[in-house]
Structures are given as structure tokens and as C-alpha cells.
Ligand binder design. Structure first.
Ligand SMILES: [Zn+2]
Ligand SMILES: [Zn+2]
Length: 289
């Protein structure tokens, strides 16, 4: 039996990007789970590089119209919010998706890729491992420390230069590191890079998510961020949001009970969720432990 639940997910994909199923199927599932709020966060369209995993620019109005319709249809049962998962572009320093801000209730900011000069495109760090390897070879001469350092630096620049609601999966660089293929998270150099990024987040008042999406899709053996980073977030009092990064309605609360327990064990007290149009404190049953 659940001792406590977190009644919300703000990180939700659907058929318009690399998720599955209709937007409505997520609302129906969220209501059945007893959620009080649900936020949609399609991958932002990028005209310069319309990758398949992104929503296409011509679909943005369909997306917003459907979220608006669902807000009205289900207003007595659940709060629904329109968001985007935006992408930080390291060559221009822009946060792609900000141009849609006037239509949105919230924004999630992510670093999914790096600019690859030889091809003139962005390659992902969390997509096909060949893209990761190409970046490692061509951008960093095969030096994984340089690549990891660049990844965390990109997040620091994102934090310093942009305003957004939630920083997504802040150690996504580990996604393709199965069996420590490229690095060991316990190594001192990795620890230092990952933890110093959190110092920057604390200074800027950044909200950070605990994301169970790597686990639900079988890509990782732990949530983002790792235990050490989570502990540091707790020590710094960084506001935390729990998210499923759901690409299927069945994953809307995937590993939520366990993740909340991990947050509790790490010492997180400032856990937030979307309620009544703002980021509100989620009062857990362990607040008074
Ligand atoms: Zn993402
Ligand atoms: Zn996502």
C-alpha cells in the first residue's frame, strides 16, 4: 500500500513528438490515478532541425488547442497546464521554445545535445549511442572528461542566462553510459563537475526535477539525478519536482512511490508541484518525520 503519493506530473510527451497516445489519454489516466494536476511538455519545435523526436512547428497550434480543450473538459476533475520541453542550443546560446512562451503555463529546460561542427547539426547525448560517440570523437578528441565537463558547463550557462520553471534530467549524460562504458560516476572528477553545477542552480534559484523516465524506458538503473546529486540538492535546499517524463500514459506515476522515498532519504524537504496556477509546496507525509 502507498504511504504517500505525489499527485502530479508536469513532464509529459504524446503522439505529437516522441511520445505515444493522444493528449486526452494522459488526462484520463492522470484522473484515474487521483492526480490533481497534469502538465504537457512536448519537445519544442526547432525549424532549423526538425528531428523526428520533436513536435513539428505546424503542429504547435493543434497542441495548444487540444490542451485548451482538455482544460475545459476536465476542469472539475484535474488542473491541466500547457508547457514545452525547451532545448538549450550551445552554438547560439538560445533556449529554443521561448518564442512560444506567451502560449504556455510553464517551461522545462533541457540540454539534449551539442552542436557538431562537421555536420552542422545538433547531435544528441541521449539518443543513438553513435551520436554520443561522434560528439566524443569530433568535439572532444575522445576525451570523455572534456565532454562531461562541457555538458555540465552547458547547463550552467543555461541556468545563468535563461528563466524557466524546471531544469530537466540534470545528469542526462549518464543515459548512454551503460555498464560504465564511458565513465564512472563515482570518480572524483565526475563528482566535482556534477556537484558544481548544482551550486550554480542554487545561486539562480533553479527548480530541479527528479525524473523517473530513464527507469520506465529501461535506459537507466536509477533516476536523474543520481543519489549523490540528490543529496547535494537537499543540502542546498534546491526546490525539487518529481516527474515521470512520461512517453506513455501507463508511465505517468512510474516509480513515484520509490522516488519520493529516495527524496526523503536524501533529505529533500522543498518538494513542489503545479497547483492553482503556481509551483506550490507539496507537503509529504514525511515533512514532520
Ligand atoms: Zn528530455
Ligand atoms: Zn522529456
Amino acid at each position: 500500500m502507498r504511504s504517500f503519493t505525489y499527485p502530479s506530473n508536469c513532464h509529459t510527451h504524446c503522439y505529437l513528438d516522441d511520445g505515444q497516445e493522444s493528449l486526452e489519454s494522459y488526462a484520463v489516466k492522470a484522473i484515474s490515478l487521483g492526480f490533481t494536476s497534469l502538465g504537457y511538455s512536448c519537445h519544442t519545435p526547432l525549424n532549423s532541425q526538425p528531428d523526428e523526436w520533436r513536435m513539428q512547428a505546424e503542429d504547435f497550434s493543434i497542441y495548444i488547442d487540444e490542451v485548451t480543450r482538455l482544460k475545459n473538459v476536465y476542469c472539475s476533475k484535474i488542473e491541466i497546464y500547457a508547457g514545452l520541453e525547451m532545448d538549450y542550443l550551445d552554438d547560439s546560446g538560445l533556449l529554443a521554445g521561448m518564442e512560444y512562451a506567451e502560449f504556455l503555463d510553464f517551461s522545462i529546460a533541457s540540454v539534449h545535445g551539442m552542436y557538431h561542427k562537421p555536420s552542422g547539426t545538433y547531435l544528441t547525448i541521449d539518443g543513438p549511442v553513435e551520436e554520443f560517440e561522434t560528439l566524443l570523437r569530433d568535439n572532444f578528441s575522445g576525451d570523455i572528461r572534456k565532454m562531461v565537463s562541457c555538458y555540465f558547463d552547458l547547463q550552467k550557462s543555461l541556468i545563468r542566462n535563461h528563466t524557466f520553471d524546471v531544469l530537466a534530467h540534470c545528469d542526462l549524460i549518464k543515459k548512454r553510459n551503460i555498464n560504465n562504458r564511458f565513465f564512472n560516476q563515482n570518480d572524483a572528477w565526475y563528482r566535482d563537475l556534477s556537484l558544481s553545477m548544482l551550486d550554480e542552480a542554487e545561486k539562480a534559484g533553479t527548480r530541479i526535477e527528479v525524473n523517473t523516465g530513464g527507469l520506465s524506458r529501461g535506459a537507466t538503473s536509477e533516476v536523474y539525478p543520481n543519489k549523490l546529486m540528490l543529496k547535494k540538492c537537499a543540502e542546498l535546499g534546491i526546490p525539487m519536482v518529481l516527474s515521470a517524463d512520461a512517453h506513455n500514459p501507463e508511465h505517468l506515476d512510474f516509480y513515484f512511490t520509490e522516488a519520493l522515498e529516495e527524496m526523503k532519504n536524501a533529505g529533500c524537504r522543498n518538494i513542489q508541484y503545479l497547483a492553482a496556477g503556481k509551483w506550490d509546496r507539496f507537503h509529504t507525509s514525511f515533512d514532520s518525520d
